[in-house]
Ligand binder design. Structure first.
Ligand code: BDP
Length: 660
């Protein structure tokens, strides 16, 4: 595919129009200021303005560096006087954030009232994790949970162990880095957390190629990380052990780190999934997560590196007949006793919910349980459990709720994520980057909400629409907004009810299969029988999970009277006739929401049909095709879920609609 065929996402030339018509001065003497100048040169070339590198020159917009300006990490200051703008930052990288801020403001940047503003991100680390495979996994393909084509970093994998390499042509990576920089992302991990033998060698044989990728990101102020295998000393070093207390193992990692930072001086660090879902880890040697993480932390500390140690750890070989093991408890039970034991340069990376990226989960109690530990919050931009980029689902609303969730004394999640944010990326080599063109909105929102967790997700959505379709007639923009704005809720309506989760086809996780996981070892159960449904996670009679929350949430979740409807079945096993706060019974809620969800998707299809005539044909066609599949799939969900619960409960729909 030539780069001309790649959709520009939210950075098309048109988006630069208001800027490109101006006289612009950009600082000299900093590589990232050169990046800005190159952007400006393209913009003014297309739209008739001018560029100078003399910041003292007469200009409409001056982008200047002042090392002594104390604005906060990665911040910038913007002042507007009589329609002229000055953006000042402490470094070229920080100035780049200011530049893209002005691009986003568009015309308003120049026409707004006189102002002096400072902007800085809420957290220092805003990262995307790629789950890209080099040798193309026989089941997972080129990108684990990837729904947008092949990896933009690797190619040549043919399914055979050992195949695959870093792409020769990294122009796609350069375009990606530019997109990420524009939304404030500053770190990227390149490869799958499930590290197979081929990707393990990124750390050794492939380092010069990793350095080539790092160079592309560096131009945009983004640092590169790698996922590493705990077994690396054995796999790559030929050692007999990977015991963290073994001197040879410690030396091996220290040397490995030296080599990486020699090749890539601004390398970020390692991401590691250990003792989780079959990945090797320190347990084999009787050591715990802190022992493992700290050993790696010591190896990277001399270079200022970070270890992202994932907390997604649970027993995935459960006996479903034994109700005493609750997967929701696992991360808490493993990690909270270790609070205070992790080195400063370890970030324990915690998924937002206690289960696994479901459409609805309570926020993980681990986030409030480790005040002495640097925690990174992990989100999933790739839509594994939320429609796999075939369904239009805008996740900005979900993330905003999570980030704003207030634990009480411990405070809101955004503030507890002292190690910043990480999320699984959703791009591939697809012409639209994300399979579904609307899934670009999720990538965009992830960047914007991690920069400012208090931003309104609806406003972020509007921003994405304006940036992405700058010349779209008003009805098109309105249609995209109408579809996406309620899309998370819509998806929730026609899939799993009231926080119970899963009910997806095992393995690939697409489409409904109510009992697909019910009698498996994965710990993801709904316990539906003829009398009721839901998981009893109360302290009084259940797994005790509700008690892992600080007050007031433990009481709120424990009691049927106060547990929010949307999480009812996550915390309680209730009869189908249980009456929700909304006034309807659980069974009627299931029927109603499933019918309503499908009706909404029918409206999406009709609205897009009316609007899409004035959209670029390839994009219009792609969205049309995805919406058709969303409707087919939503109907399948509705009919399978409603039929299942009608048969289980024997309670008819009070509105007499057809259930199969
Ligand atoms: C699950 C995915 C699996 C990942 C795992 C993880 O299904 O492919 O390896 O998360 O986060 O959601 O490690």
């Amino acid at each position: 595919m030539t780069s001309a065929a790649i959709h520009p996402a939210w950075l098309s030339s048109l988006a630069f129009g208001p800027l490109g018509r101006r006289r612009i001065a950009v600082a000299e003497g900093d590589p990232l200021a050169d990046t800005i100048a190159a952007e400006v040169a393209t913009a003014v070339g297309a739209h008739g303005g001018s560029l100078t590198r003399d910041v003292a020159a007469d200009a409409d917009l001056v982008l200047a560096i002042d090392e002594h300006a104390a604005i906060g990490e990665e911040g910038f200051r913007l002042s507007r006087r009589g329609g002229r703008l000055a953006v000042v930052a402490g470094s070229g990288r920080d100035l780049l954030h200011g530049f893209f801020h002005v691009v986003r403001l568009g015309e308003q940047a120049f026409t707004g009232e006189d102002a002096d503003e400072s902007h800085a991100p809420a957290a220092a680390l805003r990262m995307l994790d790629h789950w890209d495979n080099m040798d193309v996994h026989p089941v997972m393909g080129p990108v684990e949970r990837g729904y947008a084509g092949a990896s933009i970093f690797f190619d040549g994998g043919d399914g055979l162990p050992g195949s695959g390499s870093v792409r020769e042509d990294l122009s796609r990576v350069a375009a990606y880095a530019r997109l990420l920089a524009s939304i404030g992302i500053n770190r990227v991990a390149l490869n799958n957390v499930n590290v197979h033998a081929r990707e393990a060698r990124l750390l050794t044989d492939d380092l010069p190629h990793v350095a080539r990728i790092a160079q592309e990101f560096r131009r945009w102020g983004i640092r590169v990380h790698l996922s590493v295998s705990w077994a690396s000393p054995i796999l790559l070093g030929g050692l007999a052990t990977s015991d963290p207390f073994d001197d040879g193992v410690r030396r091996w990692w220290a040397k490995a780190a030296d080599r990486v930072w020699d090749a890539i001086p601004d390398f970020g660090g390692f991401v590691i999934k250990a003792d989780s879902e079959g990945q090797p880890g320190p347990f084999a040697y009787g050591r715990d997560h802190a022992d493992g993480a700290n050993m790696l932390a010591e190896a990277v500390a001399p270079h200022g590196g970070i270890i992202h140690w994932r907390a997604f750890v649970y027993n995935h070989t459960q006996d479903w007949r034994d109700r005493s093991t609750d997967r929701a408890r696992a991360a808490f039970d493993h990690f909270s006793p270790l609070d205070g034991r992790f080195h400063d340069n370890v970030s324990v990376q915690v998924k937002y919910g206690p289960m696994d990226f479901q459409v609805r989960e309570p926020v993980s109690p681990v986030l409030a349980a480790m005040p002495q530990t640097r925690l990174a919050l992990e989100l999933q931009v790739t839509q594994e459990y939320t429609g796999q980029q075939r369904h239009a689902v805008y996740l900005g609303r979900q993330w905003s709720e999570i980030l704003g969730f207030d634990f009480g004394e411990a405070g809101p999640v955004a503030g507890l994520a002292t190690g910043g944010f990480a999320a699984v990326s959703n791009v591939g080599d697809d012409a639209f980057w994300t399979g579904h063109p609307f899934a670009q909105a999720n990538l965009y929102a992830y960047g914007r909400l991690t920069w400012d967790p208090s931003a309104d997700p609806g406003a972020v959505l509007d921003e994405w629409i304006e940036q992405t379709f700058p010349d779209a007639p008003a009805p098109v923009a309105r249609t995209v907004r109408d579809i996406l704005d309620c899309s998370w809720e819509t998806y929730e309506q026609y899939t799993t009810p009231l926080g119970v989760g899963f009910m997806v086809r095992p393995g690939h996780h697409y489409g409904p299969d109510v009992d697909g996981y019910e009698y498996t070892p994965w710990g993801t159960y709904h316990f539906a029988d003829r009398d009721g449904i839901g998981v009893d996670r109360t302290v009084a009679t259940g797994t005790g999970f509700a008690g892992l929350y600080p007050t007031p949430w433990r009481e709120t979740y424990e009691s049927l009277e106060t547990c929010p409807d949307e999480l009812l079945l996550f915390f309680h096993h209730v009869p189908y006739t249980h009456v929700l706060h909304s006034g309807t019974t659980v069974i009627q809620h299931i029927y109603d929401t499933h019918f309503a969800g499908v009706e909404r998707v029918e409206e999406f299809v009709a609205a897009w049909d009316r609007a899409s005539g004035s959209v670029e044909p390839a994009l219009a066609a792609r969205v049309t095709e995805r919406l058709a599949e969303q409707l087919r799939s939503a109907i399948e969900w509705r009919d399978q879920v409603n039929t299942y619960f009608l048969r289980k409960s024997g309670v008819p729909d009070e509105r007499g609609r057809r259930i199969y």
